[in-house]
Design a binder for this molecule. Structure first.
Ligand SMILES: O=P(O)(O)OC[C@H]1O[C@H](O)[C@H](O)[C@@H](O)[C@@H]1O
Length: 312
């Protein structure tokens, strides 16, 4: 079977929205604003990504939810605006996404962002940032690529910020980053080593775990839901929840929204990517949705990390 095409619809304000769908009933929605996935639903029409109740949907603000793309700077690790400008720009559909091959039986869209004269004033490097977004049963795959189209080398940091919806943040565990080193963004980016068996939540957290394994599991006991995050080429993983005080300080996040969200990002932070002219960096993230991960009435993290297939 060949790849399944996407549909393009216009929102009320005329801005384009790309709809991906696949034969078993999963759907995803992508905006050109930010090149951002803003919805991913399973066949029961349950939303699998978090979206803020106070999200601002119009440019030039980044949309608080879905999967924003942080480029060419993660957080405030440089002189640019927080998390870089890619999440605030209008992307285009990439009609010549070569050399990535077409994917069988998946609904796929390729988007591209190129440097503008305005952006070159603050970040003087010509680039092409591409993202392939593919939907298949229980799985959302993002393949970001950055090409240096300039005549000199540049470096960048990067993240796919995954806003995941959870039933109750205090019932959630993250497995796969235990024993790892992390930078604590709440403590001047000091380096620590994780001592807990799994990450649980009882207050604000903003950590960049370094050189993580390829699989991380976000386990929502109450909702009997697990997300498996698989990644290649993005060695770090950020875990962020603003908790009550910071949630109140963020104008586009509802005061109570922190209770039902968690960001677990695929990221390149500790060692920025350096690209020479004509070089391309490519990475990959898969978010896999598992509707039930209970084993004998309890979650079995090992089974979660070994992976599930087609259980939805
Ligand atoms: O509000 P945003 O620009 O989306 O950033 C949200 C958060 O992202 C990162 O994790 C930063 O370390 C935080 O300081 C910031 O509050």
């Amino acid at each position: 079977m060949s790849d399944v095409p996407f549909n393009l619809i216009k929102d009320g304000d005329g801005s384009p929205r790309l709809i991906l769908s696949e034969p078993t009933g999963f759907t995803a929605e992508v905006l050109l604003h930010g090149g951002q996935v803003v919805s991913w639903k399973n066949k029961r029409r349950q939303e699998l990504l978090f979206m803020s109740s106070k999200a601002v949907w119009s440019a030039p603000k980044a949309i608080r939810g879905g999967i924003p793309i942080c480029f060419p700077q993660f957080s405030n690790l440089g002189t640019l605006e927080q998390h870089g400008f890619a999440r605030n720009r209008l992307w285009s559909i990439d009609s010549s996404p070569s050399p990535l091959p077409a994917v069988n039986n998946q609904s796929t869209v390729d988007l591209i962002l190129k440097s503008t004269e305005e952006d070159l004033k603050s970040w003087p490097h010509r680039f092409e940032l591409r993202i392939r977004i593919s939907l298949s049963a229980d799985r959302l795959t993002l393949i970001p690529r950055v090409r240096n189209t300039d005549s000199k080398a540049f470096s960048f940091t990067f993240a796919l910020r995954n806003y995941l919806p959870v039933s109750d943040i205090s019932e959630v565990r993250v497995e796969g980053v235990e024993t790892l080193d992390y930078f604590d963004n709440l403590l001047q980016r000091e380096r620590y080593t994780e001592q807990a068996d799994a990450i649980t939540f009882d207050g604000e957290i903003d950590r960049a775990y370094l050189s993580t394994p390829a699989k991380i599991a976000v386990i929502d006991h109450e909702r009997k839901r697990t997300y498996e995050l698989r990644k290649e080429g993005m060695p770090d993983a950020v875990v962020w929840n603003p908790w009550d005080k910071k949630a109140k300080a963020l104008p586009d996040l509802g005061d109570e929204d922190y209770k039902t969200m968690l960001c677990v990002d695929s990221a390149v932070i500790e060692t920025p990517i350096v690209l020479k002219p004509c070089e391309e960096w490519k990475s990959r993230q898969e978010l896999i949705f598992v509707s039930s991960s209970y084993h004998s009435g309890r979650l079995d993290p090992q089974q979660v990390l070994r992976g599930y297939a087609g259980k939805n």
